[in-house]
Design a protein around this ligand. Structure first.
Ligand code: ASP
Ligand code: MG
Length: 406
């Protein structure tokens, strides 16, 4: 007997028929003799609809009331699934975040889970009851409903799995696993049987949309075994596991891309102490996240160019912030370009192999693709290139690292 948390995303519970299909998946797990808890998203499109309603009340809304409204999508699906399960003869009941409670901090709209008291759920599961838990929501310190940020029900599921000491957390979604690259672009992309937490974390934060980044962080922290699989097909998905569970480690496991980037260049900034702090401090204060940065030392001169990237949504705010600073920092020109893409190769195997970055640069050079910015970490190499070469670059790199399906 195993204890399993099953999480179903918005498309998996998109309508009544699909919710009945989910009930069958839960029943199959119960029939295998397992203890099961379920975490659900709202029906596909529902959270967007609710967010839009809030927006119609005015631009500067109270985030606490935003949470009250957008948390309702999950209340509908958990109630409906509990009914569908009861219809199949399974003892089941719904749970909202506050009823458990899923305790969070008070950062409304983007709250973090602090604690889950799983004692009552644990007791009922041992008696054969299936808890159906609303994802994405919790209870803040001031006794108000919170939500965990978009895509947050993945995090709810992992947190609940950890609190329940589950053997596995299965994330059912509309794709059948984690791929070496986006299969809609790279037709030779392969599904991975296993991927490490660290690689998954990079892939998620670098643009792969399968799992919320925080969910992966949490799984890694608690060593929670995770599986990503399809709710529409009956086959194993991708296991997200600890590094030593992977015997044959590839040097590069995947190639991710993010179009959510924009580039800013300050031409001829003075090259003296304090300038970077004078630029990036105010950007941080304006809540602009800076990602890649390159700066050259000026040889013999007193000015240099500084290039960095920000999220595309933040570009206007970043430019406005810097323009206000011109009298303080002094630069000749500010250039901005939203038509860029960040492409990253990811793999824990590159820790012990030389030449990984070089292979990337050579493959891009061969296609005549210019690299604008480079950044690296222990397990990834990222480059910024012109957006129009996204597809070409992804396919070329996929081939260059030997990832193509046979
Ligand atoms: N329903 C929420 C959203 O759409 C949470 C989730 O689906 O993970 O963001
Ligand atoms: Mg999701």
């Amino acid at each position: 007997m195993a204890r399993i948390v099953q999480k179903f995303g918005g498309t998996s519970v998109g309508d009544v028929e699909r919710i009945k299909n989910v009930a069958l998946k839960v029943k199959a797990e119960v029939d295998r003799g397992n203890e099961v808890a379920v975490v659900l998203s709202a029906m596909a499109g529902e959270t967007n609809r609710l967010v839009d309603l809030v927006g119609q009340m005015g631009k500067l809304y109270d985030a606490r009331e935003y949470d009250v409204v957008v948390a309702t999508g999950e209340q509908v699906t958990v109630g409906l699934l509990a009914l569908a399960l009861q219809d199949l003869g399974i003892s089941a009941r719904s749970w909202l975040g506050w009823q458990i409670p899923v305790q969070t901090d008070d950062v409304h709209g983007k709250a973090r889970i602090e604690n889950i008291d799983a004692a009552e759920l644990d007791r009922r599961m041992k008696l054969g009851e299936v808890p159906v838990v609303a994802g994405f929501q919790g209870l803040g310190e001031k006794n108000r409903i919170t939500t965990l940020g978009r895509g947050g029900s993945d995090t709810s599921a992992v947190a609940l799995a950890a609190a329940l000491g589950a053997d596995r957390c299965d994330i059912y979604t509309d794709v059948d696993g984690v791929y070496t690259s986006d299969p809609r672009i790279v037709t030779k992309a392969r599904k991975l049987d296993k991927i490490t937490y660290e690689e998954m974390l990079e892939m998620a934060s670098l643009g792969a949309k399968v799992l919320q980044t925080r969910a992966v962080e949490m799984a890694m922290k608690y060593g929670q075994r995770l599986q990503v699989l399809s709710s529409f097909e009956d086959k194993p998905g991708t296991l997200v596991v600890d590094e030593d569970e992977i015997v044959e480690q590839e040097i590069v496991s995947g190639i991710a891309y993010s179009r959510d980037e924009a580039k800013i260049t300050l031409v001829r900034v003075s090259d003296k102490p304090g300038v970077a702090a004078a630029i990036f401090g105010p950007l941080a204060d304006a809540n602009v996240n800076v990602d890649m940065i390159v700066q050259n030392e000026s040889v013999g001169g007193n000015a240099t160019d500084l290039t960095f990237t920000v999220a595309r949504d933040d570009l206007n705010r970043a430019v406005a912030t810097i323009e206000k600073l011109n009298t303080v920092i002094g630069y000749a020109k500010l250039l901005s370009d939203p038509n860029v893409v960040k492409i990253s190769v990811v793999g824990v195997g590159m820790r012990s192999h030389a030449g990984v970055a070089q292979r990337m640069f050579a493959a891009l050079a061969e296609k005549g693709i210019n690299i604008q910015v480079i950044s690296t970490s222990e397990i990834k190499v990222s480059v910024l290139i012109d957006e129009q070469y996204t597809e070409l670059a992804l396919r070329a790199l996929h081939t260059a690292y030997g990832l193509d399906a046979a």
